[in-house]
Design a protein around this ligand. Structure first.
Ligand code: DQA
Length: 145
């Protein structure tokens, strides 16, 4: 089983970025933890972060070539803006879970809409870094059944 974790813009700043909203855990901490969980279940886990919409799209197109089974994505602000990200996820037809650290429904109005949620397998938000672990668990359960 091969799973790709994609982190959108500004998630490389986790730990120092608005810690009252996003907490103090760094992206590296999250990836380390996910890596350990994946390893214990013999899952091949890759991680990728970019601040650039086009690079995220290229990486998702590549995932199709690489026969990635599942994507866990926190699209950051592109959640609320990117038709192109929606189109590539629909285009490659790799099932995915959308994750947000914060509860996007508790914040500004513009964060309530996601271009991805209706084509996602599921959406996890508001649970902080644990959200990624739950997404990995859900993805594995789905792929194993
Ligand atoms: C986020 C929520 C988005 O609205 C925001 O633009 C982010 C992070 C989250 O993880 O809570 O960059 O996706």
């Amino acid at each position: 089983i091969s799973i790709l974790v994609i982190q959108g813009p500004n998630l490389n700043l986790l730990g120092s970025r608005e810690p009252q909203i996003y907490g103090s855990t760094t992206m590296e901490d999250i990836h380390l933890k996910l890596g350990e969980l994946a390893k214990s279940q013999s899952i091949n886990l890759s991680t990728y972060q970019s601040n650039h919409e086009g690079e995220l799209i290229d990486r998702i197109q590549q995932a199709k070539q690489d026969m990635v089974d599942f994507i866990i994505i926190n699209p950051g602000a592109f959640t609320h803006t990117s038709v192109a990200l929606r189109d590539v996820l629909a285009g490659v037809a790799i099932p995915f879970i959308e994750v947000h650290l914060s509860n996007i429904h508790q914040r500004e109005e513009f964060r309530k809409h996601s271009y991805l949620s209706d084509i996602a397998v599921g959406v996890i938000c508001g649970l902080g870094p644990v959200g990624y672990e739950l997404a990995l668990e859900a993805a594995t359960a789905r792929l194993n059944k």
